[in-house]
Design a protein around this ligand. Structure first.
Ligand code: PYC
Length: 309
């Protein structure tokens, strides 16, 4: 029977499962190149690790791999119930806390190679993790889509390590009791924006005023229709890029982004290029390790490689 060791954690309520031993090798090359091998030849492993019956739609997987860049401590490929992510903020906070739990890293600064670039991660003495995410930027503002029942929805398109459409004209009550309705609304918005010349957008971000002391509360719908329990690290980076481009947040001014659960990330930015309004986003949060286990793969099991549509 094949076996891999995984460590589970959650960051602001959003789970991450890190593969720390076993499984295939994706060969030499950059993490971006290794992702092509993972996707092309070993996608069954993705499904087996995060999909039912071992996982769930909410779970984000993280595969540790060898970085091509010698300055990096590790490489990582993030994946979910339907595919792969460029970067994952809550996931990287989970990865750093997992590596610390294993004794593979200590507090201080690390560089981690992802398919979309190098992310810097500082593990603090108190266990919190500060990320300097990949350069983020807004590519379009006030893009409108028509949604039956809602009318005109307006938002910005922004890159934060994944592609986001950040809705700015809906006043919705972002609380857990409304998750089903919010999911339906966000999914309809995603379908509409994808047919309006933005096929790459796979994350939809809705906003409301903060309810637990944050500057803002969000609801982020992920590519596989699960909502992010955390404030979404790449979504917060995309939000910081929009705020910076709109002149609504100054360099180094702290922005507290709250999730639908009320969990928080602290964010701020520095200019990467003031002229093109590209930013270096900083995101700080905490993860908690909650399982250390082995996954078993029995070829006689009809659902050995996960249940997928
Ligand atoms: O924290 O960046 C994030 C993220 C992306 C999808 C789920 N979480």
């Amino acid at each position: 029977m094949k076996k891999i060791r995984v460590i589970d954690s959650h960051t602001g309520g959003e789970p991450t499962r890190v593969v720390v031993e076993g499984g295939p090798d994706f060969g030499p090359g950059s993490v971006e190149q290794q992702l092509k091998v993972f996707r092309g030849q070993f996608d069954a492993w993705r499904s087996a690790i995060v999909n039912e019956p071992r996982g769930s739609d909410v779970l984000v997987g993280a595969w540790l791999c060898k970085p091509a860049d010698p300055s990096c401590t590790a490489g990582v490929i993030f994946f979910n119930n339907v595919g792969y992510l460029g970067m994952c903020g809550h996931g990287l906070i989970g990865v750093m806390s997992t590596l610390r739990y294993l004794g593979r890293v200590t507090t201080g600064n690390h560089r981690i190679e992802t398919p979309v670039g190098i992310v810097e991660a500082e593990i603090k003495e108190n266990g919190s993790v500060l990320l300097q995410n990949v350069v983020s930027y807004r590519t379009a503002e006030n893009v409108s889509v028509q949604i039956p029942e809602l009318g005109t929805v307006t938002g910005d398109v922004s890159w934060g390590g994944n592609w986001f459409y950040l809705v700015n004209n809906l006043q919705l009550d972002l609380k857990l009791a409304h998750v089903e309705k919010l999911t339906e609304i966000a999914w309809n918005i995603r379908c509409a924006i994808n047919t309006q010349g933005y096929p790459e957008i796979d994350h939809i971000e809705l906003f409301a005023p903060g309810g637990c002391g944050g500057d803002s509360r969000n609801f982020v719908l992920c590519p596989g229709k699960a909502y992010d329990r955390s404030p979404c690290g790449t979504g917060t980076s995309a939000k910081l890029a929009c705020l910076a481009a709109a002149g609504k947040l100054h360099e180094n001014q702290v922005w507290i982004q709250e999730s639908i659960l009320g969990s928080q990330f602290r964010g701020w930015y520095q200019w990467a290029d003031r002229e093109t309004k590209k930013i270096k986003p900083f995101i700080e949060g905490e993860a908690y390790v909650n399982a250390d286990s082995n996954l078993l793969f029995d070829e006689a099991d009809p659902f050995c490689w996960g249940i997928r549509a």
